[in-house]
Design a protein around this ligand. Structure first.
Ligand SMILES: [Zn+2]
Length: 112
């Protein structure tokens, strides 16, 4: 494995992979909501994601109000996959803190 990036594999039958390099990104078991809008269309909210790297922290006005977020990138191929909620300011949005938005358009369902 020398010189190669460590890639984490998820267990379970229903795994979403990075569309570009096919490493695991998240498990269907960790979907909190499928009712989100990303930059590229539909997006899913996950409580957990793997093989991602975080971009710089920034304040962003989303349809549900002001949030502190980081864009997230595939740690293997560096494609942007979505964003992570660092902080929500509206009490009704606090549940999203620490969760991940993955763009449906950037995910691959392989074998299911
Ligand atoms: Zn990738």
């Amino acid at each position: 494995m020398m010189g190669r990036l460590y890639v984490e594999s998820l267990s379970g039958a229903r795994i979403f992979k990075c569309k570009y390099c096919k490493v695991d990104s998240a498990s269907q078991d960790d979907i909190v909501s499928k009712d989100f809008q990303g930059r590229y269309g539909k997006a899913y909210l996950f409580r957990h994601a793997v093989n991602i790297s975080l971009g710089p922290i920034e304040e962003r006005h989303l349809t549900s109000g002001l949030h502190t977020v980081n864009d997230i990138y595939c740690s293997s191929c560096q494609q942007i996959l979505g964003w992570r909620y660092e902080r929500a300011y509206e009490p009704s949005q606090k549940y999203k803190e620490g969760m991940y938005i993955l763009e449906k358009e950037r995910m691959l369902k392989e074998g299911w």
